[in-house]
Design a binder for this molecule. Structure first.
Ligand code: NAP
Length: 270
């Protein structure tokens, strides 16, 4: 998809952070946008800040973990715009808890939001893309979808699972004109750490110094727009932490030794 003008692009997690930045970057490309998240007031704010006229933007508030609502949401988008060209599965949440102290219900909660919700929405949208003979599914994983770091077992597992599903899907649908792009951001300056889930289900409520000093979501969004146009299989983007992805390929042993020393210094709580 070389041009995004007038393409219908549905973004989840569009009320803040990376999703918000993506909405604004895609608006500049002249796309029609569908914005989903739970907070309708924030979606309205983002919509007005895109500067798009009303006929090019649709607010579709939803909790993406309500998996039985995906068909009805999809129909609403098709009724409004006639097509769905790109689905960006971006809504998600991180975790801050030791595996040994995390009740299984927390793992299940995160798996539902970070893994089952994108899978369910993708399955709801695919019949329309197959009918069109074109489409593009984007999903936001993470550097932690490639390797695990302490205190993020539930988060890292849910992001790893995305790679298994979406890598397979890419092979299955490429001859139907459908592309799949997996985003692996490093530390991006959003409220993701504040919104992270802890062992008792509460928010972590602390701004991580890594996110605080991280890459701006706007920079990431510009890179993602380029990557979508080029049909990239994966997009790795962030700061020095991206080197971890390369080190993981070359020597997982060295990477995990380094992560262990960081854990001893409590770096993953910062
Ligand atoms: N920031 C980073 O360093 C980083 C790095 C790698 C990957 N990521 C990934 O990037 C994605 C976006 O995160 P972010 O950094 O932008 O964090 P964020 O600022 O906390 O944004 C999270 C977004 O997800 C939405 N959301 C959460 N639960 C939802 C639900 N049940 N239903 C619908 N929407 C829901 C939130 O909207 P509402 O609260 O309005 O529902 C919000 O729009 C996530 O998948 C995250 O794992 C982030």
């Amino acid at each position: 998809m070389k041009h995004l003008k007038n393409k219908t692009i549905w973004i989840t997690g569009a009320s803040a952070g990376i999703g918000e930045a993506l909405a604004k970057a895609l608006a500049i490309e002249g796309a029609n946008l569908v914005l989903t998240a739970r907070r309708e007031d924030e979606l309205n704010r983002v919509a007005s800040e895109t500067g798009l006229p009303q006929e090019k933007i649709m607010i579709l508030p939803a909790d993406v973990t309500h998996l039985d609502e995906t068909a009805s949401l999809t129909n609403q988008v098709i009724q409004r715009f006639g097509t769905i060209d790109i689905l960006v599965n971006n809504a998600g949440r991180s975790s801050r808890a030791l595996a040994a102290e995390t009740p299984i219900e927390i793992d299940q909660q995160l798996m539902k939001l970070n893994y089952f919700a994108p899978v369910a929405l993708t399955k709801a949208v695919l019949p329309q893309m197959i009918k069109q003979g074109s489409g593009h599914i984007v999903v936001t994983s993470s550097v932690m979808g490639k390797f695990g770091t302490p205190l993020r077992s539930a988060y890292s597992a849910s992001k790893h699972a995305l790679h298994g599903f979406f890598d397979t899907l890419r092979e299955e649908v490429s001859d139907k004109g459908i592309q799949v792009t997996i985003l692996c951001p490093g530390y991006i300056k959003t409220e993701v750490s504040i919104n992270s889930i802890t062992a008792n289900g509460d928010n972590y409520n602390k701004m991580s110094r890594y996110q605080q000093n991280g890459t701006s979501p706007e920079k990431l969004a510009r890179r993602v727009v380029k990557g979508i146009k080029r049909g990239k299989r994966e997009i790795w983007y962030g700061g020095i932490e991206i080197l971890g992805l390369y080190l993981h390929r070359i020597s997982p042993y060295l990477l995990y030794q380094y992560l262990k020393t960081q854990h001893r210094k409590n770096a993953f709580l910062e």
